[in-house]
Design a protein around this ligand. Structure first.
Ligand code: NAD
Length: 320
């Protein structure tokens, strides 16, 4: 297959491109590198089955050759990014999704949308099942991201219903692993960076809010399973093991061997208190469930962050 991956230069996208190549597919990555990094795909560039087109998917862009499948991941995705780029975030979910749906339809290709658990907002039901409609503040500070993804889901569904497009929607819950950016404002990367820097780990409220953390390799398996199915979704993909952020901080301290303390700050506006996917549908329809425990995933993540820091440090005693 030739698979188009928008956002293929980002954290999740680059792992996905790698996995597609590993199983024998060709990949065309579309990315404007607004939050992605060329280093993420540097290893893939020499592979003749890999192509990267630097473009903004919300505008007109050049695309040549065939497409058997389109995975749309391009969007500002971390709080730091979508707060800085609210209009670009709305455009990625609206115009970006429309452009990639049209590309898929021109090639009779399957289209998979990377949606998010944020469509549930600050959920009133727990755990979250796909038939829960969510509790989102449409004018709150996170709304550009939440509503952009909700609109993208509606658009993909309308294309399926009215044009018969082969679309699938996955709702991704917190995913972590190597290649997250140290300053992206997400909880795992922030705590790992602070622990490695010997800074206090910042927790909001009393740290008792819960999240469920899925290791990137598990998420990539889930995305491939959705790609290979003809299921419309939406399907939740995430790790159903719920942990408090305080527990996460303690595990990070253990994994890094850091003696950083903890610093408690007031809860941000609209920050969800609980988040846990019901993955019954993913198990039944895709035969998917996560395998990597948080302790193990954190070890890989910490090792990667530590290696990055070492590589970035100037060599001591070497003439400059
Ligand atoms: P990321 O920021 O690392 O990746 C997003 C990629 O999209 C980046 O490479 C960025 O440069 C690119 N991009 C953004 N706008 C673009 C545009 N207009 N044109 C072309 N490229 C553009 O984030 P990620 O964590 O890898 O997220 C990937 C997708 O998964 C996103 O759609 C995100 O909403 C979704 N998601 C991720 C998580 C998670 O925990 N990582 C959770 C829920 C949903």
């Amino acid at each position: 297959m030739r698979v188009v991956v928008s956002g293929g230069g980002g954290f999740l996208g680059s792992h996905l491109c790698e996995a597609l190549l590993r199983r024998g597919d060709s990949v065309c990555c579309l990315d404007n590198f607004s939050s992605g990094r060329s280093a993420n795909i540097a290893r893939l560039m020499p592979d003749p089955r890999f192509e990267c087109v630097v473009c903004d998917v919300t505008e007109r862009f050049r695309f040549t050759g065939d497409a058997d499948a389109v995975l749309h991941l391009a969007s500002p995705a971390s709080p730091a990014d979508y707060e800085r780029h609210p209009l670009e975030t709305l455009a990625a979910g609206s115009r970006g999704t429309e452009n990639l749906l049209r590309l898929a339809e021109r090639h009779h290709a399957r289209f998979v949308l990377a949606s998010t658990s944020e469509v549930y907002g600050d959920p009133l039901v727990h755990p979250q099942r796909e038939d829960y409609w969510g509790h989102v503040n449409p004018v709150g500070p996170r709304s550009v991201y939440d509503e952009s993804k909700r609109f993208a889901e509606a658009l993909a569904t309308a294309h399926r219903r009215t044009l018969g497009a082969d679309t699938g929607i996955v709702r991704i819950f917190n995913t972590y692993g190597p290649r997250m950016r140290a300053h992206d404002g997400r909880v795992v990367s922030t705590l790992v960076r602070q622990a490695l820097d010997g800074e206090p780990l910042t927790l909001f409220g009393d740290g008792g809010q819960t999240r469920s953390f899925c290791y990137v390799d598990d998420m990539v398996r889930g995305l491939l399973a959705m790609l290979d199915s003809r299921r419309p979704g939406p399907v939740n993909l995430g790790n159903p093991v719920e942990r408090t952020v305080l527990e996460l901080a303690e595990l990070v301290l253990l994994a890094t061997g850091s003696d950083s303390g903890l610093r408690f700050l007031p809860l941000p506006v609209d920050d969800p208190v609980r988040r846990r996917p019901d993955i019954g549908r993913a198990r039944a329809e895709l035969g998917w469930s996560p395998r990597v425990p948080l302790e193990e995933g954190l070890r890989h993540t910490v090792a990667w962050f530590a290696a990055e820091r070492l590589a970035a440090r100037p060599a001591v005693g070497r003439p400059t």
